[in-house]
Design a protein around this ligand. Sequence first.
Ligand code: 8YV
Length: 326
Amino acid sequence: MAKHKILVARAVFPEIIALLEQHFEVEHNQADEPWSRDQLMQKIRDKAGAFTTGGERIDAPLLDSASQLKICANMAVGYNNFDVPAMTQRRVLATNTPDVLTETTADFGFALVMSIARRMAESEHYLRAGKWDRWRYDMFAGSDVHGSTLGILGMGRIGQGIARRGAHGFGMNVIYHNRSRLTPELEAQCKARYVGKQELLQTADHLVLVLPYSAESHHTIGAAELALMKPTANLINLARGGIVDDAALAQALRDRRIAGAALDVYEGEPKLNPALLTVPNVVLTPHIASATVPTRMAMAKLAADNLIGFLVHGKPLTPLNPEVLV
Ligand code: 8YV
């Protein structure tokens, strides 16, 4: 039987390309050239499957020009780059990579909490700039993590991982807000208390955002929400750009409306609102929360296994729209 044609939109581990080539005719992008939307549409036109990352928008116009397409496998747990209803309508399966990145991403969320609370990036820049000439009692004095109040907005798997780290490792008082409340068992495991959004904003010493991006969650944190936070509080975003109004955040940081922010994701990334680069009280990382070698490998393997599972065996592992399968 002729092999299905698939497209791998971005460079990925060579082992994963080799695995895919055992099953498919693969057009890949190991040179990691930035393809325009038109190029992507051209390349996907005759493909049965696509291996995508969060950067490729799979929407109705693209789907309409790709009549052979049966599956898009995202190497990401977030899938706001997919128009899932449009995919379902055209019977294109969508898959993502849940679970395999939960603990790694929760580790990084905690690293962001620690780094902004203890002003690690700011103090390292100071040292590298050759400015450190003496010890001072208040030099880079930050805020405590242990015993403080950790607020989590979006209490999915990653949010729960961060809550467990905070409650069990650092004796933090954990509060959370989510569309739906956790079961009492999960709340007990995370030692987390459900609160309204306003209480969360007003009470958290460190507020971590881990909610999915959608039209409804656009600018969940803007000037009004920042104004409710304590002036000593830190904001941490490892969810998606667009959940925070970055211009409003840069202004709040400049005005010391809040103490600091640690960000892994940005509106319009990889470009950044330039104002964020000019404020000192912010930690900035380039969307690397899931980036450990074993976890990125597990994500790539799961995306590949979804393509193989579906196109070769009719059984994807982590479908987002399983109604396409019936
Ligand atoms: C991905 C992420 O690396 O999984 C997600 O949703 O944000 C990251 O882990 C990124 O989306 C690229 O696919």
